[in-house]
Ligand binder design. Sequence first.
Ligand code: PLP
Length: 468
Amino acid sequence: MDDDRQAAFDRAAKAASAFRSAAGDRLMRPAATYAQMLAAARQATPTTGCGADETIRSLVELAEPGLHAMIGPRFFGWVIGCSHPVGVAADWLTSAWGQNCGNHQAAPAGAAIETVAANWLLDLLALPPTASVGFVTGATVANFVCLAAARGELLRRAGWDVEADGLFGAPAIRVLIGEDAHTTVFAALQMLGLGHRRLTRIATDAQGRVLPAAFEAALGKGDGPTIVILQAGQINTGAFDPFEQLLAKGRAGNVWVHVDGAFGLWARACPETAGLAAGLERANSWATDGHKWLQTPYDCGYAIVRDEAAHRRAMTAAASYLPATAGDERDPSHYVPELSRRARGFATWAMIRHLGRAGIADLVARHCRLARRMADSLRAEAGVEVVNDVVLNQIIVRFGDDEATRAVIARVQEGGVCFVGGAAWRDRWVMRISVISGDLTQADADRSVEAILQAWREVRARPKPPAP
Ligand SMILES: *Cc1c(COP(=O)(O)O)cnc(C)c1O
C-alpha cells in the first residue's frame, strides 16, 4: 500500500478514535440539520480524482457537523445500541479483509466464525441449538426471512410449492398479529405478498400485550394454514406477549408462531429478566437485532428458524458456479436474501467474546435498573405521568397534555444534554426513553432526568394561552 493510502487508513482510525472519545461531552443532537448538510455537501459530480488521504480528510470535515451522538451515553432515541468500540474494530477488519461471505469455500474464516457466533447466539438466547440463523441487516429483514420460511413451510404442508409456483392460486394463509406489533413486521408481510391489510389483528391490553382470550378466539375461527406473530419487547412499553399462556398448548401442524424480539429477545440472556420472555422458545421462528442490545455496529440482525430446512428452502439460490455443501459446512448465503455480503459474523463474534455471557447479562440488567430509576425520579415530579409499566428498558412519559409533551421533548432535544424522542401511544403523545445504549452510567441517567425535569418545569411555568 502506498503512503497516501496508508495515511488515509491512519487518518480514518484517528478520526474515529477522536469522535468516540469525545462522545460523552458532545451535544446529544447533531449540530447541523439535513438541509444544512445537503447545502454543505452538494457539489457537481467530481471530474478528476482526489488523493486518498485528502478524500478521507474532507469526508470527516464534511460529515462531522451532521453526526448525531447515537453512540453517546445519554442517547435515548428510538431503540439504538452504541456501536461498541470492539464491534466497530471487528467491523473495520471486516471491511479491510474484504471477504465476500456468501459461502464457506470462498470465505472459510467468515463462514466458520459466523457458524460459531450463531451457536453462541442460540445458547445465550436459550433457543433450540439446532435452529438455523441468518445474519441479516436488522430485525426488519429478520422478520422478512422468518416469515418467508413460515409461508413456504405452511404451504408445502398444504401441498403447494410457493418457492417454485409463487402465490397465485396458492391456498390462503391466515395471519394473526397483535394490534401493537412493530411497523416493520407489516412491511415484511407486504413484501411477502401476504399483505398488510388482510390480517387478523388481535386485541391487546394497556401495555400492548396480546390478550389470551382474543388470541384463542381468533385462532379458533379457522383451521387453515396460519401464521401467528407475537412480540417480545413492545417498542413503546417494552412489554412481552404472555408466551407461557399463549404457547402452552401444542398447536396444530399448520400453525407457525413467529416472535419479533428485536431488542426484547435479549431479556433471555439475563437471569433477572429472562422470566419476561419465558415460553417463547416454543415458537417456530424469532427475529432479533445485534445492533440494539448486543451493541454491534450497524447493520446486524438475526433471523432464527427452528426448522432449518424450511429456512433454507425459502432463501437458497442454487447455481453451478456456487459450491455445493458436501458435509456439514454452513454457507451463510443459504439463510439470507443476499448472495454477496459482508461477514457480519465477525462483529457478532467479537461482541460476544468481549462481553461474555456475564457481561451481556450485566448490560441488560444495568439498563433495566437504570430505566426503573429514571422512571421513579420522573414520576415523583408533579404533573409527570409514566404511562407504561417499566418492565424492561422502555419508558413512555406524559407531561400534562399533547402540546406540553411535545414542547418538553423539543426543549430536551434543543438542550442537548440527552436525546429523547416522541410517539403516539393510545392516541396521546408521549416522550419515549429507550435505555439501551452501551455505557450509560447512573450519573448519566440522573443528569438526563434532571434535564428532562428542567424542561418540564419551564414548560409548566409558561403562561397559559387564553381559552378560545
Ligand atoms: C427495531 C425494531 C424492529 C426493526 O429492526 P431494524 O433493526 O430497525 O430493522 C422490529 N421490531 C421491533 C420490536 C423493533 O424494536
